[in-house]
Design a protein around this ligand. Structure first.
Ligand SMILES: Cc1ncc(COP(=O)(O)O)c(C=O)c1O
Length: 366
């Protein structure tokens, strides 16, 4: 399979798999136990905490391990005191659904390029605003948000600032101190670590109330025996150099735009993560193109969510002002470690062939 869906999930890197398997089979102690097998497990966790801290430029004690991006986002959104919160229309459901559960939230929309305006965030502030949450990079378009600027606005207003960094971590440099964020979420399976493990950075001095109760793990911020192999693997993935995808992504994008009439890139004018390209193929059902490419051995994604049999257009693309039809005609290509020029060239040829065939089957005015 030629895999171009790294924003959905990534394969585990070989060196990360070695760590995962070794720790899974050899490190069986409970990290809370004081005997040597327990202390050995503890060492793996603390080494991983230091590796994540190096990746984000923070102190190891500011890292809380979680079961992934969703739990990290939930902990950030639901763990702050009652009050008004501000977030955006393009967030992942892990943030949007948590904000809805909390209630008392304002959802700020985005520009046609899928970028949140700091002025719109400022305009949404209220005296009781306790938290602003804006993602670092969007999962569908790759658009990078002005988080440093918005963090400063939050602090001026006496509110906390959280960023969902799940699509940024391991792809672009992340420096939580320079960004000025109070909380920052990441997820292992988006950067070549296993699924089911992630972390929340919580700046020293920020109090986040636990969402699950039990033992006093993770400085009482997240109860439950730690996923030692997953955490060790997460740490080793944090030490990998980011994949070099920019030239391949640009080649893919330019070739599709040049060869296929009517195509456009969503968030084209925004700063974007170097691995993501979201392209509208006007008049075409993106699902049909996805299936055609899948049959030819290429995995890509649509932004559409399928619920009870009906395909709804992506909430991210519609927030950017795309029509439902253009949103349902958009395909996300997301590159990662291991993608080659040969694969990208084969993908371009197959996209061109599939689009020509599908357009012949159901001709429309694009
Ligand atoms: C931006 C963003 N936030 C959060 C998540 C959820 O992460 P996880 O799958 O680790 O729960 C994802 C995963 O798709 C994501 O893309």
């Amino acid at each position: 399979m030629n895999y171009f869906d790294h924003n959905a999930s990534t394969p585990i890197a070989p060196e990360v798999l070695d760590v995962l398997q070794q720790v899974q089979s050899e490190v069986y102690g409970n990290p809370s136990s004081i005997h040597s097998p327990g202390q050995r497990a503890r060492q793996y966790i603390e080494e991983a905490r230091a590796q994540i801290a190096r990746l984000l430029n923070c102190d190891p004690k500011e890292i809380v391990f979680t079961s992934g991006g969703t739990e990290a986002d939930n902990l950030a959104i639901l763990g702050v005191p009652p009050g008004h919160i501000i977030t955006t229309a393009i967030e992942h459901p892990a943030v949007l659904a948590a904000a809805e559960h909390r209630g008392n939230s304002t959802i700020v929309t985005v520009s046609a390029d899928g970028v949140v305006s700091p002025d719109d965030i400022r305009a949404a502030l209220r005296p009781d605003t306790v938290l602003i949450s804006v993602m670092h990079a969007n999962n569908e378009t790759g658009a990078i948000q002005p988080v440093a600027e918005i963090a400063a606005i939050a602090h001026e207003a006496g509110a906390l600032f959280h960023s969902d960094g799940v699509q940024a971590t391991g792809r672009i440099p992340v420096d939580v101190r320079a960004l000025g964020v109070d909380m920052y979420s990441l997820s292992g399976h988006k950067f070549n670590a296993p699924k089911g493990v992630g972390a929340l950075y919580v700046r020293d001095g920020v109090k986040v109330n636990a969402r699950q109760f039990g033992g006093r793990h993770e400085r009482e911020r997240r109860a439950g025996t730690e996923n030692v192999p997953g955490i060790a693997a997460l740490g080793s993935a944090a030490a990998l150099a980011p994949p070099d995808t920019l030239a391949l992504r640009d080649h893919l994008e330019h070739s599709i735009l040049n060869r296929i009439p009517g195509t456009r890139v969503n968030s084209a004018a925004a700063p974007r993560t170097p691995n993501t390209s979201n392209i509208v193929f006007p008049g075409l059902e993106a699902e049909a193109l996805l299936i055609s490419l899948d049959l030819a051995g290429f995995a890509v994604a649509t932004g559409a969510a399928c619920s009870s049999g009906a395909v709804r257009p992506s909430h991210v693309l519609t927030a950017m002002g795309l029509s439902a039809s253009d949103a349902k005609s958009s395909i996300r290509f997301s590159l990662g470690r291991g993608n080659t020029l040969e694969q990208v060239d084969a993908l371009i040829a197959n996209v061109e062939r599939s689009v020509a065939r599908l357009r012949k089957l159901s001709p429309v005015d694009a």
